[in-house]
Write a protein that binds this ligand. Structure first.
Ligand code: FES
Length: 160
């Protein structure tokens, strides 16, 4: 356990060394940690807080503002459905039901095989073509239940 902690501590030190310890670097540091580990556990947050001397509550505040910073380990494909008003009014709820049905999980969950996570995001700039979502870094818009079926099956079949 001690060795794992030392490794974590060293990994975080290396990332911080790329930026510095100022408050203005908190977001890029969190971003790099998120990329390196795929999520930012509570244990990791405590270590970051200790090393850059910023209160843990402040770091939680930043984490809650940016939906792409993950507390939990995420699936290989992270699906982020836009929950902002234009998409909401363009039948977003229908897409919620389709995604949950196709994947067999609720929003906020990850499939048991570690393939998919479902989560919400704020506006991704596709307001006139909603409902819209991201799968990792790729944008999908003008979504319908049929499109969701196709997209999910293309991923499961290795076509995407
Ligand atoms: S409101 Fe959904 S992309 Fe802008």
């Amino acid at each position: 356990m001690g060795q794992i902690c030392d490794t974590l501590s060293n990994d975080i030190s290396e990332i911080i060394a790329n930026y510095g310890k100022g408050r203005e670097f908190l977001l890029p540091i969190l971003n790099d940690v998120n990329i390196k580990f795929g999520h930012i556990s509570e244990h990791t947050l405590i270590e970051i807080s200790r090393q850059i001397d910023i209160p843990i509550g402040e770091i939680h505040g930043v984490m809650s503002f940016y939906s792409y910073l993950n507390h939990e380990k995420q699936g290989k494909y992270v699906i982020r459905l836009c929950k902002t008003i234009s998409c909401d009014m363009a039948n977003k709820d229908l897409i919620v039901k389709s995604l949950e049905r196709e994947l067999g999980i609720k929003f906020g969950e990850t499939t048991l095989d570690g393939m998919f996570s479902l989560t919400y995001t704020n506006c991704i700039g596709m307001c006139d073509r909603g409902p819209a979502m991201l799968i990792n870094d790729d944008v999908y818009h003008s979504l319908t239940p049929e499109k969701i079926y196709e997209i999910v099956n293309d991923i499961k079949g290795g076509k995407i």
